[in-house]
Design a protein around this ligand. Structure first.
Ligand code: URA
Length: 433
């Protein structure tokens, strides 16, 4: 088989068979197919697309490029969840303990921040002492005992994706629905959970800018998951404004704790409850009405907070943060910005918020790998809220006054205030089963 011919076939829209796709993935992973040839094939995929059969073959070949976990020692139906990434997206930190408090089992491998979006692992590492690099047997045992455990991607899972993703990043080929689908789904399938819940985001703070594109990606991922024998569902959700009130690692953990203590309730609470309910339905815990009620009770009774506390302790973290979020890292400097006008907050450009937080040191940029865990922003008003002239609009947290002032100016420009409220979009656009 010649790589040259396979590139030409994809360029000419002639579908590749399973064997041809495996040849490409295995050859590239072993270093037998050079980067320049794989880049040409990736670019052909970007421009011409792949059929859903080709996407299934690509995903399965990527899954099989490395180790696949055996979750059977957990001894129960397991559920995984993936978000395509967003600003202030701390839903995993809520869903895992909520589902665990309702009898679900959530063994989760999460990622770090990517571009302007945050990552669950960075958020968890802001908790003093928290270990995200557990050994596999510790991971399985912690999930079996607690119902949830969240660690960083480890072991030799999907080496093909690691190599392909690095090449896509350098060759402007990230932005392709079949490539995004195979990258995400190969990792989910290698982890091996029985049920996979996908939160596919659209909007200014997401990789998919429109609900239509998000739906194409969601349908493809569900099809691939089902072809691999998994229970798979996708929820298409709005990421035009940041999720919840906080953006930034420790600030987001504090928001999660306050939410589970019942001190905060906003659109994030509703989304986390809906996603937890979907996960519980997939895990066979009841119908959607029963599971939603269970999820709500897990929050109101404090059972979900207790699960979070146990999970933090099992992973070596300071569990007292659940009683006192001020034990989380604090920024050296803070600056509150007040509204110059009165009216309703009608929009917050979430990509701008993500970039402002990157500038504050809340995420990684080229040449800077350390994160300022305390950095970020907390909104006193979010979309739909009324704000009076002189009322606090948001507070910026950072290492010094200059960083805070730059971010504050950028965030202020990203907020629109109008006399009349905007029509509210539902957080959940569609559910694909
Ligand atoms: N996240 C992934 O894991 N892969 C992609 O290709 C895009 C987002």
């Amino acid at each position: 088989m010649q790589t040259y011919e396979l590139i030409q076939k994809t360029r000419r829209l002639e579908p590749l068979c399973e064997e041809e796709i495996r040849f490409l993935v295995e050859g590239f992973t072993k270093g037998e197919i050079p980067d320049y040839m794989m880049s040409a094939w990736l670019m052909a995929v970007c421009c011409q697309g792949l059929t859903s059969e080709e996407t299934v073959s690509l995903t399965l070949a990527m899954r099989d490029s490395g180790e696949c976990l055996d979750l059977s020692p957990i001894g129960a139906v397991t559920a995984d969840k993936h978000s395509t990434g967003g600003i202030g997206d701390k839903t995993t930190l809520l869903i895992a303990p909520i589902a665990a408090a309702c009898g679900g089992y959530v063994p989760k491998m999460s990622g770090r921040g990517l571009g302007f979006t945050g990552g669950t692992i960075d958020k968890l590492e802001s908790i003093p002492g928290f270990r995200t690099n557990l050994e596999l047997d510790e991971f399985l045992e912690a999930t079996r005992k607690t119902g949830c455990c969240i660690i960083t991607q480890s072991g030799n899972l999907t080496p093909a994706d690691k190599k392909l993703y690095a090449l896509r990043n350098l060759t402007a080929t990230v932005d392709s629905i079949p490539l995004i689908c195979s990258s995400i789904m190969s990792k989910k399938l290698a982890l091996g959970a029985d049920c996979i819940l996908l939160d596919v985001k659209y909007g200014s703070g997401a990789f998919m800018k429109t609900p239509e594109d998000a739906e194409i990606l969601a349908r493809l991922m569900v099809e691939v998951g089902k072809a691999a024998g998994k229970k798979c569902r996708a929820v298409i959700t709005d990421m035009n404004a940041p999720l919840g009130a906080a953006v930034g690692n420790a600030l987001e953990v504090a928001e999660v704790i306050r939410m589970l203590r019942g001190e905060v309730r906003n659109s994030l609470t509703d989304l986390a409850t809906s996603l937890s309910a979907q996960m519980l339905v997939m895990s066979g815990k009841g119908d959607i009405v029963e599971c939603r009620k269970m999820a709500e009770q897990a929050i109101s009774s404090g059972a979900a907070l207790e699960k979070l506390r146990i999970m933090i302790g099992m992973q070596g973290g300071e569990r007292r943060v659940c009683d006192d979020p001020s034990l989380l890292p604090q920024a050296a400097c803070q600056m509150t910005v007040k509204s110059e006008s009165r009216g309703f907050v009608t929009a917050i450009q979430s990509e701008e918020i993500g970039l402002a937080c990157l500038g504050l040191g809340a995420g990684r940029t080229a040449g800077r790998s350390a994160i300022d865990f305390g950095a970020g922003v907390e909104f006193a008003r979010t979309v739909g809220d009324f704000v009076g002239q002189g009322d606090p609009l948001f507070t910026v947290y950072g290492a010094n006054a200059d960083l805070c002032a730059d971010a504050a100016a950028r965030i202020r420009r990203a907020i629109t205030i109008k006399e009349a409220p905007a029509v509210q979009r539902p957080m959940i656009h569609k559910i694909i089963e």
